[in-house]
Design a protein around this ligand. Structure first.
Ligand code: ADP
Ligand code: MG
Length: 669
């Protein structure tokens, strides 16, 4: 075989050795000088090489490296065309290139080649035209770059993965300088801070300490910790968004050192505003719970003492001749005791232990009924605007408690607007979904009626706002405020299954929003019980059961004073024994609810078995006492709330003994 290759054009060039694709020109020149030597150089070249016919594209010669690398034997190669080692889709481009080569252009670039076993490899081609055995031919050197390509691809893939890990991360990722500039931020970080894009954030913020941190000192603490410890975890601070809103973030970061100095910080930020809010709400509600327990306990014991004071002062008034100068003293004692009872009522309301009788209510009509009174209460220099939702749903609540809420809010609004202003009361329906309840601890999704009460008064700062519902918290001068107004409102709202929120800024007025669950049903009217001027008298026999002796003696004195016959017992068992011994009729059981041993409810059940016609009237200071035993407070159950006045006791006793008397009184009002 003759391997004669003659260069067509161009000056001779020095050979390029090593693993670089050998220069075709050089090969050709040397071949011309030493055919055998260059035949060896061709055949033993570690790079696959071949010569093909420029016209037919048939292989004319291949070297050993090509045979070894591609898997075809030399004989096989020599029966093939170069198109056969190309993927089908490359053939048109190949033919085009071959045409170019024929017209003198060099072929180069990267291609895919098919090996005999079907695998494809990536190759980099260098080629040149030459005359081979008198034919127009092309010399090709192929370098397998499959591994290199794969490595490149793998690298690109890892890079892409890392980039997407940062770019698409759900937490904010940043690099910043110790001096306070962001170097890199990911899109989440930009969004978290309210910027359109990372570019926007990088362009707008050039001083993290002053522009981002709400308290610049916190950034200094952050930096100090990073300089000293190299790493900071869960650093919580408040930052400004682009729109000026504040959010809470938790940052974890590390220092990156170069030559012993910190060159940048790298870390992650998480928006924890939501969690902070819930934490705050939790602390607040726990605090309220604790104070409520305390207040409720005190109020309960205090009530018993007050019942005795009001009772005996009442007895004194009854026994003394009307013109006796001592009557006035007794009246003063009674008045002071009523005032004190008012305070304990509020405490009980706050601790949700007030006895309530919820009914289906239309808040709109309640507001209309109260409007006049509210106007009088807040004075002439304050205007009241009322916006009622005509389709307002009903609520189930205690009417007198709702009145108490409006009054307390009105008094506060008045105190906040000494120079005059505007009160707006608005009612509306609302359907609050899961999203809302996620942001508000303990909030149950559902349909609510919202009562908002706004004023244009002095407003409050954050510190005040955080404490307004605490009992005895007041910013008013001694004697002006008791600090019980809003705690009462809070307790009432809670007791009626609702929620309350307050919004205020100093100088910007205040808005309270009360959410009460919507209720089905028709509005029940709650007729006021007429109080008879002459205290009712009677001659029935009453079994009085009360463990507290002072209170029992008081009630007995009062009842006997009005003609009743009273049998006394200190507890349930004693009461049953008394009832068994007593041969005459017993028309009424007047019993405390909570007593050592048998409770009031069980006693009533037992006595009803013994004497089926007996009527029952309970004495209680605690709604929960009754609710615990009956579930909900049934309007059928007769109850006298402690502390009670003697008048209230006598009226209730009469109601219990003669239910028709109550109906008559109600009808007359
Ligand atoms: P009091 O009115 O006796 O001080 P409250 O419980 O009613 O007690 O209110 C507690 C505190 O809340 C008030 O002392 C006042 O600082 C603040 N406050 C309540 N309502 C308003 C309001 N509408 N505007 C401004 N501050 C208010
Ligand atoms: Mg008040």
């Amino acid at each position: 075989m003759q391997l004669l290759m003659a260069r067509k054009n161009g000056p001779p060039k020095p050979p390029i050795l090593a693993r670089e694709p050998p220069n075709a020109h050089a090969v050709e020149e040397r071949l011309a000088q030493n055919e055998d030597g260059f035949r060896l150089l061709f055949m033993n070249n570690p790079q696959p090489m071949w010569v093909f016919d420029a016209e037919s594209t048939r292989f004319l010669e291949v070297n050993s490296a090509a045979v070894e690398h591609y898997g075809y034997s030399r004989q096989e190669f020599l029966t093939m065309r170069i198109t056969e080692i190309r993927p089908q889709e490359d053939v048109p481009r190949l033919l085009e290139d071959a045409a170019k080569a024929r017209s003198g252009l060099r072929d180069a670039g990267t291609w895919k080649h098919r090996l005999k076993d079907g695998r494809f490899i990536d190759v980099e081609i260098a080629s040149d035209r030459l005359t081979f055995a008198g034919q127009n031919a092309v010399l090709v050197v192929a370098r397998d770059i499959t591994e290199q390509k794969q490595a490149e691809k793998a690298l690109q893939e890892t890079e892409r993965k890392y980039r997407s890990m940062v770019e698409d991360a759900v937490i904010g990722i940043f690099q910043s300088t110790p001096q306070g500039r962001f170097l890199t931020v990911n899109p989440t970080m930009a969004t978290m801070l309210g910027y359109e894009s990372p570019q926007d954030l990088l362009a707008c913020v050039n001083d993290i300490r002053g522009q981002v941190y709400v308290d610049p000192k916190r950034r200094e603490e952050f930096s100090r910790a990073l300089e000293q410890q190299g790493i900071v975890r869960n650093f919580e601070c408040q930052v400004y968004r682009k729109d000026g809103r504040k959010i809470w973030i938790s940052a974890s970061a590390r220092s990156v050192f170069e030559d012993g100095a910190v060159v940048r910080y790298e870390g992650m930020n998480e928006d924890i505003t939501q969690r902070k809010l819930l934490e705050e709400q939790l602390t607040q509600s726990q605090k309220m719970e604790a104070v409520g327990l305390l207040a409720g306990g005190v109020a309960h014991d205090f009530n018993n003492a007050l019942s005795v004071i009001t009772g005996y002062s009442g007895l004194l008034q009854m026994r003394l001749p009307a013109d006796d100068p001592l009557v006035r003293y007794a009246e003063e004692i009674a008045k002071a005791a009523y005032r004190a009872a008012g305070l304990t009522r509020q405490l009980l309301a706050f601790s949700r232990k007030q006895v309530i009788q919820p009914v289906i209510l239309d808040l709109n009509s309640l507001i209309v009924e109260m409007e006049k009174m509210l106007r009088r209460l807040i004075g002439e220099n304050i205007e009241i605007f009322i916006t009622r939702d005509v389709g307002l749903a009903r609520v189930k609540a205690d009417a007198s408690q709702m009145e108490q809420i409006l009054m307390n809010l009105a008094v506060n609004a008045r105190d906040a607007m000494l120079q005059g202003g505007k009160v707006t009361i608005r009612t509306e329906n609302a359907d609050l979904d899961e999203t809302y309840s996620l942001q508000h601890l303990h909030f149950k999704p559902g349909r609510y009626v919202i009562l908002s009460f706004s004023d244009t008064g002095c407003g409050m700062d954050k510190e005040t706002l955080a404490r307004i519902f605490e009992p005895f918290f007041t910013t008013k001068e001694p004697g002006k405020g008791t600090g019980l107004g809003l705690s009462t409102v809070y307790g009432i709202v809670k007791q009626n299954g609702g929620y309350i929120s307050a919004y205020s800024e100093p100088g910007q007025g205040t808005t309270f929003k009360i959410y009460l669950p919507q209720a089905e049903g028709t509005v029940q009217s709650t007729p006021a019980v007429r109080t008879a001027e002459i205290l009712p008298r009677g001659s029935e026999t009453i079994l009085l059961v009360e463990d507290e002796e002072a209170l029992r003696t008081l009630a007995r004195n009062c009842l006997e004073n009005q003609g009743y016959c009273v049998l006394e017992a200190a507890d349930g068992n004693a009461a049953i024994a008394t009832a068994e011994k007593h041969s005459g009729p017993i028309q009424l059981l007047l019993t405390d609810v909570i007593m050592p041993g048998m409770n009031g409810r069980d006693l009533a059940d037992r006595l009803t078995e013994l004497r089926p016609t007996i009527k029952v009237l309970y004495l209680s200071g605690y709604a929960s006492d009754l609710i615990a035993q009956y579930g909900v407070l049934d309007p059928q159950i007769l109850l006298l709330e402690k502390p009670f006045t003697l008048r209230a006791l006598l009226i209730k006793v009469q109601e219990a003994l003669r239910p028709s008397a109550k109906a008559k009184a109600a009808g007359a009002s």
